[in-house]
Design a protein around this ligand. Structure first.
Ligand code: SF4
Length: 155
C-alpha cells in the first residue's frame, strides 16, 4: 500500500498552524486514506523548529519573512528538507499539501505584501518536493490525486 505525504494541518487534530489551529480535510477520499493508514503527515514549519502559534510569514523571492520583518528562511528550509526526507523514507506516491501556504502551497502563495494578495508560486516544501521528482497536489485537487493513486497502484 503506497503512502501519501500530507500537510499536518489537513490531517486533523494536529494544532500546527500559525494561528494555533488545524485545517482538517473532510473529503471522504482523504478520510479513507487516513483510515487505511496511508497518510504521513508533516508540518514543515513546526518540523523546522518554529512554535505554534507563530507570526505569519510570506515568501519574498527566495526568502521567507514574517510580518514583523524577521527572516525565517533557515527554519522554513529546514522544515522543507524534513518533508523531503519523509517523502523519500516512506516512498510516497505523491503529496497533498495545504493550499496558499509559504511552505505547503502548490500553485499560488501570498505575494509578500501581507495584504492578502496571492500570486502564482509555491511554498518552499512544495518546491523541494517537486525539484526531487514528487508530485504535489493541493487539498482542492483530490480528483487528480485519486486518479494518480489508482494508476500508481495498478503498476
Ligand atoms: Fe499546515 Fe504546512 Fe502551514 Fe504546517 S506549514 S501549518 S502543514 S500549511
Amino acid at each position: 500500500m503506497r503512502k501519501i505525504l500530507v500537510s499536518s494541518c489537513l490531517f486533523g487534530g494536529r494544532i500546527v498552524r500559525y494561528d494555533g489551529a488545524d485545517a482538517p480535510e473532510r473529503d471522504a477520499r482523504f478520510l479513507r486514506w487516513k483510515a487505511e493508514g496511508r497518510l504521513v503527515s508533516v508540518c514543515p514549519e513546526t518540523f523546522g523548529g518554529l512554535p505554534t502559534p507563530r507570526s505569519p510569514a510570506e515568501r519574498i523571492g527566495e526568502r521567507v519573512i514574517t510580518r514583523e520583518g524577521c527572516d525565517v528562511t533557515e527554519a522554513y528550509a529546514r522544515g522543507a528538507n524534513e518533508a523531503l526526507r519523509l517523502a523519500r523514507l516512506h516512498d510516497v506516491a505523491f503529496a497533498v499539501m495545504k493550499t496558499d501556504s509559504p511552505s505547503c502551497g502548490s500553485r499560488q502563495i501570498y505575494d509578500g505584501s501581507f495584504e492578502n494578495a496571492k500570486i502564482p508560486g509555491q511554498g518552499l516544501a512544495a518546491q523541494y518536493l517537486r525539484e526531487s521528482g514528487f508530485v504535489v497536489f493541493g487539498e482542492d485537487e483530490l480528483d487528480s490525486a485519486e486518479a494518480l493513486l489508482a494508476e500508481v497502484e495498478r503498476l
